[in-house]
Design a protein around this ligand. Structure first.
Ligand code: F6P
Length: 486
């Protein structure tokens, strides 16, 4: 059997039940620990001098191969093009998009350099699965280095509508680079549609749905396949984790704080795409309009820090701190703080146990590729007495979880009404909605996601091009020289 090589920017320091490090790290690790294989990516370290060296560590069936980034590479590739250009654009925040041509060059250079680091670790029959927007030019760089293996790509975040993507100056180079993969995976059908729309209307390519399985794309002189593969969780494992934590200290402390009040709960990285300010205002609107809810419900927002060295993230933090202070000042009583806002990370097992305690899971991103928190919240519920999920229509998870109360995350009144409805929902309706969603989550768990993608990737013929291998990515040697210069 071929060995699976996972490549992603972040290779989280993973221990079972350890800190939840974002959807990608959680989902990919769950998928990889069953099949075994190698996970290659950034170590999370940034060097100001010296030369990055690959560190190889075995943990059970998974080999982790990680490497540090030089400061300039981190600034241009990670903070710059990935997170100041691609992240806002792909989350439909063209207003926050910043673009610097040098950052794009750094992004391509680091992709080529990382590809060059991976090449000596590869075997002929390895199957390579690259993840997320940091690594769009990775296949192009591997092909330029002569790698013929099958290479797939999965985008964890949304793929934007063409008119939004056009705001990214090198949009054409990016889509051309995507076409160097053999198989592209998107979270949802709308993301796949947006990609196909670009191919047909902006790249003069074609999309063919006649064969079984993924669509066939012809563009930029290449033929590749593309489909939607919604990432899942292991719902029964999460349910067990949640149940096991029911009598643990965090849950006891939370219950003591609540007395017998109901709990609304959210967990998100502190990111402007998560709709946190609108969410806080909708909770405020609930307290404003439904006086009976005052002192009867608390809202716990856990928002661990993320990308804290970027202005847009410092701004959203300030805004949220202002909002929580203002709303608490307006409604708090001596014995009740309406919003418990916590700016730190908790272990996955603690979050699962807290989810089980929460009457409402409040997941309202402005845009999100999937949002595994929504799936984890549902999984963690007690089937006899489940809570209700209030979910943004712009989270990928809303395509599957139709037992949730679906809301528009900018409609403050609509969200306040959904919260009131969730808090008052009769048991039989809660049970029925939970049952339906669990069926969906079990049918499409994380193994199904991995197996479907791998089946389709194994099914494509390796590196096929109607062109003479001309790659736009900077060559491996050039990348190495420039990267080591830091
Ligand atoms: O899922 C989207 C994602 O950007 C992942 O690629 C990433 O690991 C996670 O969010 C956390 O972000 P970061 O790696 O920038 O801390």
């Amino acid at each position: 059997m071929s060995r699976l090589i996972i490549v992603s920017n972040r290779v989280a320091p993973i221990s079972e039940g350890g800190p939840a490090a974002g959807g990608l790290a959680v989902g990919v690790y769950d998928a990889l620990k069953e099949t075994g294989g190698m996970w290659f990516g950034w170590s999370g370290d940034v060097l100001t001098s010296g030369q990055p060296q690959i560190k190889v560590e075995e943990r059970g069936p998974v080999t982790f191969a990680t490497i540090a980034l030089m400061r300039r590479d981190y600034d241009q590739y990670y903070r710059g093009f990935s997170n100041a250009t691609l992240w806002p654009a792909f989350h439909y925040r063209a207003d926050l998009l910043q673009y610097d041509r040098h950052d794009f060059e750094g992004y391509c250079r680091v992709n080529a350099w990382l590809a060059q680091q991976l090449v000596p670790l590869l075997r002929e029959d390895d199957v390579i699965w690259v993840h997320d927007y940091h690594l769009i030019p990775f296949a192009q760089a591997l092909r330029a280095a002569g790698v013929k293996n099958r290479i797939g790509f999965f985008l964890h975040i949304p793929f934007p509508a063409s008119q939004v993507l056009l705001a990214v100056p090198p949009h054409r180079e990016l889509v051309e680079a995507l076409c160097s993969f053999d198989l592209l995976g998107f979270q949802t059908a709308p993301d796949l549609r947006a990609f196909c729309d670009y191919i047909v209307n902006e790249a003069n390519g074609t999309v063919d749905a006649s064969a079984q399985g993924p669509l066939t794309i012809h563009a930029f002189g290449r033929t590749l396949r593309a489909a939607a593969y919604p990432i899942g969780v292991y719902p029964d494992e999460i349910a067990e984790l949640a149940k096991a934590g029911e009598r643990g200290k965090p849950v006891r402390t939370m219950k003591a704080t609540l007395h017998s009040r109901k709990l609304i709960m959210s967990v998100d990285r502190l990111d402007y795409s998560k709709g946190l300010v609108e969410r806080f205002r909708a909770f405020e609107r609930l307290l404003e309009h439904a006086a009976a809810q005052r002192n009867k419900v608390s809202f716990l927002q856990i928002a661990p820090p993320t990308r804290a060295d970027m202005h847009a993230y410092q701004d959203i933090r300030l805004q949220l701190e202002g909002e929580s202070g203002r709303i608490n000042g307006r409604f708090a009583e001596l014995d009740w703080t309406p919003i418990l806002y916590i700016h730190k990370q908790y272990e996955r097992s603690v979050l699962a146990a807290l989810f089980r305690t929460a009457h409402v899971g409040y997941v309202t991103p402005l845009r999100d590729g999937m949002n595994l928190v929504a799936k984890e919240y549902v999984s963690a519920q007690d089937p006899e007495n489940p809570g209700v999920l209030v979910l943004s229509r712009f989270a990928g998870a809303a395509q599957e979880l139709d037992g949730a109360l679906i809301v528009n995350p900018v409609d403050i009144d609509g969200m306040a009404e959904a919260l009131a409805r969730a808090l008052g929902m009769p048991l039989a309706e809660r049970q029925a909605r939970h049952r339906d969603m669990m069926v969906q989550l079990r049918e499409n768990n994380v193994s199904v996601w991995r197996d479907n993608f791998m089946r389709d990737l194994q099914g494509v013929a390796g590196a096929k091009s109607t062109r003479s291998g001309k790659a736009r990515a900077v060559s491996g040697k050039k990348a190495a020289r420039e990267t080591q210069a830091g």
